[in-house]
Design a protein around this ligand. Structure first.
Ligand SMILES: Cc1ncc(COP(=O)(O)O)c(C=O)c1O
Length: 380
């Protein structure tokens, strides 16, 4: 049996009629830049998320950069300066930290909570008590589709008068209590990279906000920095969402709730069936999570051996992420760390994501489970 992390072809075939029809419509109207699908997708997303504004853009990375730049502009300057700080987790995809550098600010990496891999609220508070004045933004990442504690983050942000930008790249459709992620902070930055819970046929992203002023600045930044592109106000980007991507995303979006619940069901099955293995730690099933990844921890340094064993069985696995951001060259001399970040570093040595795909058959799920059991419990 061959089990990939994600089988995009299978997903396509499942929704082929809808997607093909959507692409056909684009071929007919030929309105490739900011065509009608972009507006429609933005509207549907705003309804789905329960937020006032959604603004399509070219990628999740660009969404993050634009969200941070918009806050700098809102504060009266084009870019932040290196004495201004943005707090985030070191255990995330490079783009989170990279976007901070590109906004001009200094990323400050705060350790994670070992239980859900998200930024430690306690450490954020301790940092703010020491250095609160320099911090402009908190950038929590809802890693693997699991929500950060947004009540605590919102409360801290309002008491220190700082902005919250949610990195929702991995959490489209996920919730914190009764609110969708990406609608609680001042803005949310989504990615529609093909492997995401809602993925396009190429790069794509989106910004969400309830703030009219920020919405206007962000939209402007996606379009060269001006409402009129022949007479611009800000240093902007060519970062629009493609019409074709919007059409595909509109067609795929109808399956979001169904696919997210299928992911949670698979996660539950994995947790029920794998709990007897003492050498691994299973992810907690947090309310509102959409299990973008199902990530276990492997103790005793056996991760590589498990990966090789599963590879021989035809099962793909991935390490998200083998390095923390503060360990990368690009952040040397350009970022700060708070404490020794030992939990983040430990996570990067222990984590392993195994296939979790909405359309995985029960047989495939059981094959993954029995193969992991065979590795850890050979006498079974
Ligand atoms: C946590 C996180 N932030 C940001 C991004 C950047 O998104 P994109 O690849 O669409 O630029 C990604 C995904 O790729 C991500 O996983």
């Amino acid at each position: 049996m061959n089990i990939a992390m994600l089988d995009l072809r299978r997903e396509y075939l499942y929704m082929k009629n809808n997607i093909d029809a959507a692409i056909e419509r684009c071929l007919e109207h030929q309105s490739w830049i900011l065509g009608p699908e972009v507006k429609e997708f933005e509207k549907k997303c705003a309804e789905f998320l329960g937020v006032k504004h959604c603004i399509g853009c070219s990628s999740g990375t660009d969404a993050l950069v634009i969200a941070l730049r918009a806050i700098a502009i809102n504060n009266g300057k084009e870019f932040f300066t290196p004495d201004e700080e943005i707090l985030t987790t070191p255990f995330t995809f490079t783009a989170t930290g990279d976007a901070i550098l590109r906004s001009g600010a200094t990323p400050v990496f705060i350790d994670i909570n070992p239980e859900d891999f998200n930024v430690s609220i306690d450490a954020v508070l301790r940092y703010l008590r020491l250095n609160g004045k320099k911090v402009k933004i908190i950038l929590p990442v809802h890693l693997y589709g699991s929500p950060c504690s947004m009540d605590a983050i919102s409360e801290i942000a309002s008491s220190y008068n700082i902005f919250v930008v949610e990195d929702v790249a991995q959490a489209f459709g996920a919730r914190w209590k009764d609110k969708k992620l990406g609608t609680i902070g001042h803005t949310g930055a989504f990615s529609f990279f093909p492997s995401k819970n809602l993925g396009g046929f190429g790069d794509g992203g989106m910004l969400s906000t309830n703030d009219d002023h920020l919405a206007e600045i962000m939209r402007t930044l996606t379009k060269h920095g001006g409402k009129d592109k022949y007479n611009v106000d800000h240093i902007g980007y060519n970062a629009r969402l493609d019409t074709l991507q919007a059409a595909v995303l509109l067609a795929k979006m109808k399956y979001t709730d169904e696919f997210n619940s299928r992911r949670v069901m698979i996660a539950r099955r994995y947790n029920e069936q794998l709990h007897e293995i003492k050498e691994i730690e299973l992810p907690a099933i947090h309310e509102g999570s959409v299990f973008h990844q199902y990530t276990i921890r492997i103790k005793n340094g056996r991760r590589t051996r498990l990966q090789e064993f599963l590879k021989q069985k035809g099962i793909a696995t991935m390490v998200y992420y083998p390095f923390c951001l503060h360990q990368m060259k690009v952040f040397q001399g350009r970022s700060k760390t708070f404490g020794n970040l030992s939990e983040a570093e430990k996570a990067s040595r222990e984590v392993l994501s195994i296939p979790i795909e909405p359309l995985m058959t029960e047989q495939e799920q059981h094959y993954v489970i029995s193969s992991i059991k065979e590795f850890f419990l050979p006498n079974g």
